[in-house]
Ligand binder design. Structure first.
Ligand code: ADP
Length: 441
């Protein structure tokens, strides 16, 4: 303020001096007239500056702060600086806000900001997708009214958020969400929603797997334990034929447990190793000759088994894994095809791909079972699989091995007519005998 007084002083002094000079040169009346004119001119300048300021104040965003004259110059320059600082601050704030929004938009999880009363202040698109919210329309609405789930209402009500809430939604194909709440500010809350559907599925699969393995081991173990008790019971007099019968049964069930453990170890080894190792140009024809001999031994003359090598293609593969997969397909054909049936093994090209197929004249499989055959412990007919000593893991192993070789398992089957299981390998894994010679040599 003092600077305004100081800056006004020269103009007032000039008016007074002009009046004094006029008084000396003329008379008091002229002097008064000069002073009055001077004051009116000063006042007019103030009014003009005020009018410019008022015009600017009506719409400050549209125009820059007006330039002032005289003492107003300093006042309006001060105002201009203040306005510029405010604009800069606003730009910075809106930049911060935009960055925060962009971060919220980029988050892989849903984020909802809730006010003190649990009303939605903001949410990102993922939250709106997970919780069925509308990012614009639902702002200011209570979250519990929009996500109608008793568990969520109870969770928000109790105010203790150390543990996240698992929410199973009826909508969104049974999506399972984990909701965590972080309190901030004055009782405001940040709700984080992550999709744990897959993790839940994996956990359920893990639980089912452990239950299945325990169940699979329990029955043969119970049988073996029962026979052991009978055989070691001193009171019981068993004739030799009975004793041999019991021992044979124990052998059979122990064998089943052994096969199960072996298959489990194979599966876990396949899962543990990330990529394929020991890849060589495998002589598939030679490998299949071995598989056919094993099948003949397993069949013990009950089936006609034919191996047809259409082209002696080699395959860039892990020989051990390939033998395990092909062996599983062939032993299934032997196990499930009744005596007198035909089993045909074929290796050759189909277009650019290489295919190993096992066709049998067995019972065939109904279409509804086919997509599930490669699931662990999935069996079409439990009693039949048990009879054959199957572990229920064979096709799971096959699928695993083929996936590691970027190959596909195709199953064609018709109940009553038979089945055909084909392993289809991509062209890039094929090696002709000539190509393979340097590697093999
Ligand atoms: P398993 O050890 O029980 O044979 P697999 O995973 O090898 O387990 O096979 C899964 C199920 O697929 C089997 O229980 C059987 O019902 C069915 N299956 C597999 N191969 C054949 C086949 N060649 N003919 C008929 N059914 C088959």
């Amino acid at each position: 303020m003092s600077s305004v007084w100081t800056r006004s002083a020269p103009a007032l002094a000039a008016v007074c001096v002009a009046g004094l000079i006029t008084w000396l040169l003329a008379d008091a009346q002229w002097a008064l007239t000069v002073v009055c004119i001077g004051l009116v001119l000063l006042l007019a300048r103030h009014i003009a500056n005020l009018a410019a300021l008022e015009a600017w104040l009506r719409d400050p965003a549209a125009k820059p702060v007006p330039q002032g004259s005289g003492v107003w110059d300093e006042v309006l320059v001060g105002l201009y600086r203040f306005v510029r600082a405010r604009i800069k601050q606003e730009e910075q704030l809106s930049g911060d806000l935009q960055r925060f929004r962009n971060a919220g938009l980029a988050l892989p999880d849903g984020v909802v900001l809730l006010d003190v009363h649990g009303h939605i202040e903001w949410c990102n698109p993922i939250a709106s997708q997970y919780l069925g919210l509308d990012e614009q329309r639902d702002l200011g609405q209570p979250l519990v009214n929009l996500v109608r789930h008793p568990d969520l209402a109870a969770y928000l009500e109790q105010g203790e958020y150390a543990e996240p809430l698992t929410l199973r939604l009826a909508r969104g194909e049974g999506r399972v969400l984990s909701l965590a709440i972080i309190s901030y500010g004055e009782s405001q809350k940040l709700l984080l929603a992550s999709d744990i559907t897959l993790a839940e599925k994996v956990e359920t699969m893990r639980r089912d797997f452990v239950a299945n393995v325990s169940h699979e081991l329990k029955s043969p173990l119970t049988v073996v334990a029962g026979f052991l008790e009978t055989l070691t019971d001193g009171e019981l007099k068993l004739d030799e034929a009975r004793r041999q019968g019991y021992l044979n049964m124990m052998r059979e069930h122990t064998g089943r447990m052994q096969r199960l453990v072996e298959d489990l170890l194979t599966l876990s080894a396949l899962e543990a190793s990330r990529g394929l190792s020991d890849e060589t140009a495998v002589d598939v024809a030679a490998l299949l000759a071995g598989v056919r001999d094993e099948a003949l031994a397993l069949s013990a003359g009950r089936h006609r088994i034919e191996l047809r090598i259409e082209e002696p293609l080699r395959l860039l593969a892990n020989a051990q894994e390939l033998r395990s997969a092909f062996g599983n397909l062939v032993s299934n054909a032997v196990h499930y095809t009744p005596a007198g049936g035909d089993i045909r093994l074929a290796w050759g090209r189909r277009g650019a791909q290489a295919v190993f197929s096992v066709s049998d004249s067995g019972p065939g499989i109904e279409p509804r079972h086919i997509p599930r055959l490669t699931e662990r412990f999935y069996r079409v007919d439990h009693s039949r699989s048990r009879e054959t000593g199957g572990t229920g893991l064979g096709l799971a192993i096959v699928k695993h091995v083929l996936t590691r070789h970027q190959a596909a398992l195709e199953i064609e089957s018709e109940p009553g007519k038979g089945s055909c299981f084909s392993a289809v390998f991509p062209a890039r894994r094929i090696r002709t005998a000539a190509e393979a010679a340097p590697t093999a040599g």
